[in-house]
Design a protein around this ligand. Structure first.
Ligand code: SAH
Length: 353
């Protein structure tokens, strides 16, 4: 370590800063303001170190590296589906932790699914991401960096973002709000709110807090069961925020934003997939501006849950439609590289330990 150089943990993580914040830093260093825009743009294009910024004078690069670091994620492993080009990435954070991102190709462009935490505290019984608990929150920039890194690897623009990877976004609320600002930035990725979807297990007070912000993002709620008894069994968070409270917050959200909410319902054979449950779900959602995404459960090695049969899934969907609830079955992407959310990271950690 050179004289005056700080430890990485004490340094400023540039990936977290807005352009205005980089400008403040650069002006405080006695440098001209235009340098901030140059540095910001390099970071947004995927620079991993100050060496990747050829138009920044060497002296400034050295001064910067004494007090700041970029903090971009790095690709550790990549799997590309031969069926539909879906890509799964295992990404390494600057402190050595791992997260996952998935890139999906649709007719209208590329969508990335990003992580919001290292691990997860929520304990949903069917989910691989929560098995080892939560290690830490991701910063806003670490969420952004997943998009920058994958976009650079792909060589094409990513137009849509879904926050459905590892973690519970509303257990990291402030950083998620800052992430929305960063990803919106015109000088940055310039992805509009309508192209961002956020999925939550139903932390009702944060749904209400988001409603007040009147953003244009799409909110997805993981419901997965139509009664408190069944939901508490598979989603422990239901004991804190039962179904009525979640749905009441959702109604408030719709009233405040006029945005349609999507409810996710993972179909698990013999657990939550009967037509009686489809009827109960319909009664809960009747009259709401909403849509139901049915997800055939992904098998996780450590967990015994099985997918519902094709016929069972179709019967569930048809029953919802008959009851006047719009529902679609989520298309399975990248089934040849299929590792349910959180499995890549878990396997990696097991190999290390
Ligand atoms: N914490 C957020 C994001 C999690 S992942 C949330 O709970 O919404 C996105 C979705 O995948 C959630 O609906 C989650 O419940 C679901 N999911 C998790 N594990 C799954 C599995 N093994 N099979 C199918 N869906 C799963």
């Amino acid at each position: 370590m050179q004289n005056g150089e700080r430890k990485e943990t004490e340094k400023i993580r540039l990936i977290d800063l807005t352009l205005a914040e980089v400008e403040k830093l650069i002006l405080d260093m006695g440098q001209p303001k235009f340098r901030a825009k140059q540095i910001f743009e390099w970071i947004q294009k995927g620079a991993e170190s100050f060496e990747d910024m050829p138009n920044i004078p060497k002296a400034l690069r050295e001064e910067l590296s004494a007090k700041a670091y970029i903090g971009a994620v790095k690709i550790c492993e990549k799997f590309v589906s031969k069926i539909d080009e879906t890509r799964k990435y295992l990404l390494e954070l600057s402190d050595g932790n791992f997260i996952e991102s998935v890139l999906m190709k649709y007719e209208y462009g590329y969508t990335i699914c990003i992580s919001s935490q290292v691990g997860c505290l929520m304990g949903c019984k069917f989910c691989a991401s929560t098995i080892g608990g939560k290690i830490r929150n991701l910063s806003a920039g670490e969420m952004l960096s997943q998009i920058i890194c994958v976009q650079k690897d792909l060589g094409q623009r990513i137009s849509n973002v879904v926050m459905m990877g590892i973690g519970e976004p509303f257990d990291n609320f402030d950083n998620v709000l800052k992430f929305i600002d960063l990803v919106n930035a015109e000088e940055g990725l310039n992805i509009g709110q309508r192209h961002i979807s956020i999925s939550t297990c139903g932390i009702a007070d944060k749904i209400l807090a988001l409603a007040e912000k009147k953003l244009q993002i799409t909110l997805l709620i993981s419901l997965h069961a139509p009664t408190n008894e069944k939901r508490s069994e598979i989603m422990p968070i239901n004991k804190k925020y039962p179904i009525e409270e979640v749905l009441s917050a959702c109604r408030e959200y719709i009233k405040s934003t006029s945005r349609r909410i999507s409810f996710e319902y993972t179909l698990i054979s013999g657990v939550n997939d009967s037509v009686e449950e489809a009827d109960k779900l319909s009664r809960l959602l009747k009259g709401m501006l909403c849509h139901v995404n049915l997800i055939p459960v992904n098998k996780v090695k450590e967990i015994g849950f099985e997918k519902s049969s094709k016929a069972g899934i179709e019967a569930f969907r048809a029953r919802l439609e008959k009851n006047g609830i719009a529902a679609t079955v989520r298309r399975e992407m990248g089934s040849d590289i299929n590792a349910a959310c959180g499995q890549l990271r878990k396997n990696r950690n097991q190999n290390i330990n």
